[in-house]
Write a protein that binds this ligand. Structure first.
Ligand code: F6P
Length: 377
């Protein structure tokens, strides 16, 4: 392509849930490219929708200035997928239009900043022949192939701060306080925040719980004179009954094909809806069994808001600047992955559709168990 020999065009978009650090990454890409002198950067608004509608903004020095500390994304985001774009109440495959607009804008590469969903969409565009690079962003830390994702550290800090604050009120009122923490289908945030915040129980999707075991651990604390308990629960946490039902269906899915497979997938989705995110119901059951007053705090989107932490700024800046180095050396179809203090290009087909679950023997879990933190199992 010889991007160094003429004025190259880098397209950038942010897609999926916003994350602290996105602007730091955009700035990292933009300033490195602009300083290069031969690269222009075009930002597309609201994720893949902006590329489809050709809504763009030139990311020059003025646009890139003063955004390092800003939360959210200056480009806006959406969860719209190229092949299922909401259009007049219907979902339409707009991939062709997106590919056309890539070429109309004379793009040499499209850098997509996003999580698991974005990776899938970006990979589809790479399969259409576009030059794609992705950056791993999500508060959930659920992307494989990278040590960590940017946004996770800020969300972790917010959740720990919340747990710290809940301690004093739980203690004053001698209550159980359950704090629901984001994380989609994985438990990194709840586990990290629970461990750093000293939660007495941590419930994560990777370790299905029973309400009886959870209640037992809290009553055991009571018997030791502890008059309050903090439970950190991941939004995707699931009890053993629900987990077993889903596991059985997933096993059937392995051999099912066509319509049978689709029907099973639908059933799994329904069970997910029924069993995950049932924190309020779980609190009622816990109160009933323990006889202890129980309250729920759902942190929700607070965890995605505000200024990125220093670590997230560092990480996003490193990844953004590195992306431009990859562009210069024409390494496309890759995610810029974190590998210790370094980065490495990971082919998109190695990571797409995969989920970075918390391994049951992860050091954080072992530490928590050593502290007699209950996982409700
Ligand atoms: O992926 C980030 C995340 O914040 C998840 O933790 C959460 O499940 C989801 O996004 C919420 O999505 P939305 O902002 O669309 O409600």
């Amino acid at each position: 392509m010889g991007i160094k020999k003429r004025s190259g065009h880098i397209g950038v978009l942010t897609s999926g849930g916003d994350t602290p650090g996105l602007n730091a990454a955009i700035r990292g890409i933009g300033k490195t490219a602009v300083n290069d002198g031969s690269l222009q950067v075009i930002g597309f608004r609201d994720g893949f929708r902006g590329l489809m509608e050709n809504r763009s903004v030139r990311l020059d020095n003025q646009m890139l200035s003063g955004i390092l500390t800003l939360g959210g994304t200056i480009l806006g985001t959406s969860r719209d997928k190229p092949h299922k774009m909401p259009m007049g109440g219907k979902k339409v495959d707009m991939t062709e239009v997106i590919v056309e607009n890539y070429y109309k804008n004379h793009l040499d590469v499209l850098v997509c900043l996003g999580g698991g969903g974005t990776l899938k969409n970006a990979y589809r565009l790479a399969q259409q022949g576009l030059n794609i690079i992705t950056l791993p962003k999500t508060i959930d830390n659920d992307i494989v192939g990278t040590d960590v994702t940017f946004g996770f550290d800020t969300a972790l800090g917010i959740a720990v701060d919340a747990i710290d604050r809940l301690h004093s009120t739980a203690s004053s009122h001698h209550r159980i306080i359950i704090v629901e923490i984001m994380g989609h289908r994985v438990g990194w945030l709840a586990l990290g925040a629970g461990l750093a915040g000293g939660a007495d129980a941590i419930l994560i999707p990777e370790i299905p719980y029973t309400i009886e075991k959870l209640a037992e651990s809290i009553l055991e604390r009571v018997s030791r004179g502890k008059r309050f308990s903090i439970v950190a629960v991941a939004e995707g946490a699931i009890n053993r009954t629900g987990a077993n039902k889903i596991k059985a269906l997933e096993k059937k899915m392995e051999t099912a094909e066509g319509e049978d497979h689709a029907a099973l997938k639908k059933k799994v989705k329904a069970l997910d809806k029924e069993y995950r995110g049932s924190t309020i119901q779980m609190a009622e059951e816990l109160q009933e069994i323990t006889g202890l007053e129980t309250r729920v705090t759902i942190l929700g989107h607070l965890q995605r808001g505000g200024t990125p932490s220093a670590l997230d700024r560092l990480l996003a800046t490193r990844l953004g600047t590195k992306a431009v180095e990859y562009i210069r050396s024409e390494q496309f179809g890759v995610m810029v992955a974190v590998d210790g203090e370094y980065t490495r290009p990971v082919p998109l087909d190695e990571v797409v559709g995969k989920v970075n679950y918390v391994p049951p023997d992860h050091p954080w879990i072992i530490s928590a168990r050593n502290l007699e933190t209950s996982f409700g199992d």
